[in-house]
Write a protein that binds this ligand. Structure first.
Ligand code: ARG
Length: 259
């Protein structure tokens, strides 16, 4: 399993594009470095092979590689960020994908990559409403000739799909129901076996977990969901991500599965 990460050299909260980015408490840079390093080491210990993309000054959110693009086998749809603050990232991610022999697809529809598009087995779920535009659903269906399940996000604190939904395998997933419209809640309930995360743990980013086979890496203090996961036979690994939560991201946002 290959995972793309980006060192938090230039990570900071320099602007506000989601409700978590308040700039009241500054990011502790040293702490951010060590939290990122713990995540990196944990992934390596679990057998993940990590590729690194060079961080760029002036692009503080580039550390959130989940948003770089949506990957399926050797194809990638590169992100087209909604906010101008992040748009500069796309060219660096695009170059990395091209250099690493991906077939690159580009879209003019706002789309934030694996932050808003997640596979459960071969079923692709795409979240829209805050960052990715709902028109991307049909666009992916046409370009990749595969069905896509659209999910409408309704809570601004859970503005990316990976903040409120985490497939564990082809049939099971974690979710925070209140982040979805009623219709999308029903859709998900019909498709998957769902483990519900409480509001408290959702706000600790419990759904923003990295899944490596039967191992789940998730943010600190999500005690209820850890018990549920362990009862289902998963091994859990907690990482403190307080500095990244100041920017509205946690474990999963800092990673992109590339194979
Ligand atoms: N500050 C970043 C943003 O607002 C956080 C991105 C988190 N990434 C994610 N995949 N949820 O875009």
């Amino acid at each position: 399993m290959n995972i793309l990460m980006c060192k938090p050299t230039f990570f900071d909260v320099d602007y506000q594009i989601n409700p978590w980015m308040r700039q009241e408490r500054p990011v502790n840079k040293a702490r951010a470095q060590s939290q990122w390093q713990s995540l990196y080491q944990t992934i390596q210990q679990l057998g993940g092979k990590i590729d690194l993309i060079e961080p760029q000054q002036g692009l503080p959110d580039m550390v959130f590689t989940a948003n770089a693009g949506l990957i399926h086998r050797k194809k990638v749809i590169v992100a087209n960020f909604k906010h101008p603050e992040r748009q500069g990232e796309s060219q660096y991610f695009k170059n990395w994908f091209a250099q690493n022999h991906f077939q690159v697809f580009e879209t003019d529809i706002p789309f934030e990559g694996a932050g808003d598009a997640l596979f459960a087995g071969e079923t692709l779920f795409v979240g829209h409403g805050f960052r990715s535009h709902h028109r991307i659903v049909h666009w992916i269906e046409e370009q990749w000739e595969r069905p896509v399940t659209a999910l409408e996000l309704v809570n601004p604190s859970f503005y990316h799909l990976d903040t409120c939904f985490c497939p564990l395998n082809s049939t099971n997933a974690l979710w925070y129901p209140a982040a979805f419209s009623k219709k999308s809640q029903q859709l998900l309930e019909n498709e998957l076996n769902l483990l519900s995360v409480s509001q408290k743990e959702a706000e600790l980013f419990a759904c923003n977990a990295v899944v490596i086979n039967r191992d789940v890496i998730l943010p600190k203090d999500c005690t209820k969901i850890i018990t549920l996961l362990e009862n289902q036979g998963f091994s859990t690994h907690s990482i403190s991500t307080t500095e990244f939560i100041l920017s509205g991201g946690s474990c999963k946002c800092l990673t992109l599965h590339t194979s």
